[in-house]
Design a binder for this molecule. Structure first.
Ligand code: GLN
Length: 461
């Protein structure tokens, strides 16, 4: 057994003994769920799938559909219009509360029923049937397989769904819902009765974790920006009235549903799902919350944990960098006694703000007071964020203004992205290897070229 499955198995065993909570009964068909059913599943960013317990039994998705349908409507409307129609504030109330903004009737957020019904109505379609079809297609693309409905649960909810209809009629009278309330709630009930397994939900959650691309099928289901906004709403509103405590204890974007499903997302890491029908007082799966609390603590998944920098950014800083060029005895002697004039600083990995700030600090510490040659070796850098490239360019421009010649060794794409200056002139020369870069500096030094020299009067600051 692989170590991830083993850990899930152990977690499953530890949590299965947990009793307490009530299976939802306000939708009569849901009351028939077996309170002992319990499954956990994880999907990694590499699309690998792990599970323990009953992760393959089907149940209706219920409110766990809400973030995915929100992502669909957001794709149709764009962020500004979406926010104008449905808010993003935690309601602090139960899932089926009348949480409408006084004055506008705008629902508080898309993760509680009022906002979810309004969101369903915002999915573009010619009629209800086409809207249901688009929603099913979207949920299926997130899951990576064709999903179907539980018609009995759908009928059971429709037969007892007056409160949801009342919410829809209220929104219509307040002007925040333009469609026919009866038809919209019917579409919403259909969306809630889509059948999934915990294993499906883990893939759906992993798709959000992976910037909207399903890591199993490779399909880009929604744009990255849509996935980010969806996760943000899940983080603040996904756990109903328990959202604040959840963010405190578990610290992950999540969504729960009344049938006992629960998803949580580790952005850039994985999607996880639990199925266990007994719910706590705010409507979240008791075992789901317990399992995720343990998992988050054990694996340090809380979003507010500062990221750990596993590798050092600066690999070396040194005076007297030398190339492999064959030099005469005289040249060698000259290079030896000018060893402090050519210095090299090497970096590796991804350059984001923290890494770039570290690198610039190391460069500052290494360049001598009198002008010389700085070789910045970025050959082992794997990525530079646009903001970091600008920061690096500004830092190097400053060093160039103090009279140093800057020579950068980097791979092609970074040279194209980073070589340049806001005023159009380049502050450094670029080479495809450190050796070539150092050799150029040696040639300059041997030819008696001064380094860039002191800044012209009035130039620089
Ligand atoms: N279909 C359910 C309802 O609207 C979904 C609610 C939930 O899962 N919390 O009542």
């Amino acid at each position: 057994m692989d170590p991830v499955t083993k850990a899930l198995d152990e977690l499953h065993r530890r949590i299965s003994g947990l009793k307490g909570g009530e299976v939802a009964s306000y939708i009569p068909k849901l009351a028939q769920a077996d309170p002992e059913d319990f499954g956990i599943a994880i999907t990694s960013m590499g699309g690998r799938r792990y599970q323990a317990g009953k992760a393959d039994i089907e149940f209706t998705i219920q409110s766990v559909s809400k973030p995915f349908v929100y992502a669909l409507a957001l794709t149709d409307l764009g962020p500004d219009e979406m926010l104008r129609r449905v808010g993003a504030e935690p309601s602090g109330e139960a899932f089926n509360a009348i949480s409408l903004e006084p004055g506008t009737g705008r629902p508080a957020n898309p993760m509680v029923n009022a906002g979810a019904i309004a969101t369903t109505a915002l999915v573009s379609a010619a009629d209800s049937e086409a809207r249901s079809a688009r929603i099913l297609d979207c949920l299926s693309a997130f899951a990576g397989r064709r999903l179907g409905y539980d018609e009995e649960v759908c009928a059971s909810e429709a037969a007892t769904g007056d409160r949801n209809r009342a919410l829809a009629y209220l929104m219509r009278s307040a002007g925040s819902l333009s469609d026919d309330p009866y038809a919209v709630t019917a579409t919403y009930f259909r969306q809630c009765s889509v059948l999934v397994t915990a294993a499906d939900l883990a893939v759906m959650a992993a798709t959000l974790a992976n910037g909207g691309r399903n890591p199993v099928t490779g399909e880009q289901v929604v744009e990255r920006g849509v996935a980010v906004r969806t996760l943000a709403v899940m983080a603040t509103c996904g756990m109903y009235d328990g959202a604040g405590e959840w963010l405190l204890n578990v610290g992950l974007p999540a969504k729960s549903g009344v049938s006992g499903g629960l998803i949580a997302v580790g952005p850039g890491r994985f999607g996880v799902a639990v199925y266990s029908p007994p719910l706590d007082l705010v409507g979240n799966s008791v075992r789901g919350v317990a399992a995720l609390t343990v998992m988050s603590e054990r694996l340090s998944l809380h979003l507010m944990h500062a990221p750990v920098h596993l590798t050092a950014t600066v690999t070396d800083t040194g005076h007297g960098a030398r190339s492999s060029c064959v030099r005469s005895a005289e040249q060698t002697a000259l290079l030896n006694c000018s060893s402090g004039r050519i210095i090299a600083v090497g970096a590796q990995g991804e350059l984001e703000f923290t890494e770039t700030e570290q690198l610039l600090g190391a460069v500052e510490g290494a360049v001598p007071a009198s002008p010389g040659w700085l070789v910045l070796d970025l050959m082992a850098v794997t990525g530079i964020r646009p903001g970091s490239a600008a920061m690096l360019a500004a830092g190097l421009a400053d060093i160039a203004r103090r009279g140093h010649r800057i020579v950068v060794a980097a791979q092609e794409p970074f040279l194209a992205a980073g070589d340049g200056h806001p005023d159009g002139h380049s502050d450094w020369r670029a080479f495809g290897s450190r050796d070539d870069a150092v050799a150029w500096c040696e040639d300059q030094l041997l030819a008696g070229e001064p380094s860039a020299g002191p800044p012209a009067a009035g130039g620089g600051s």
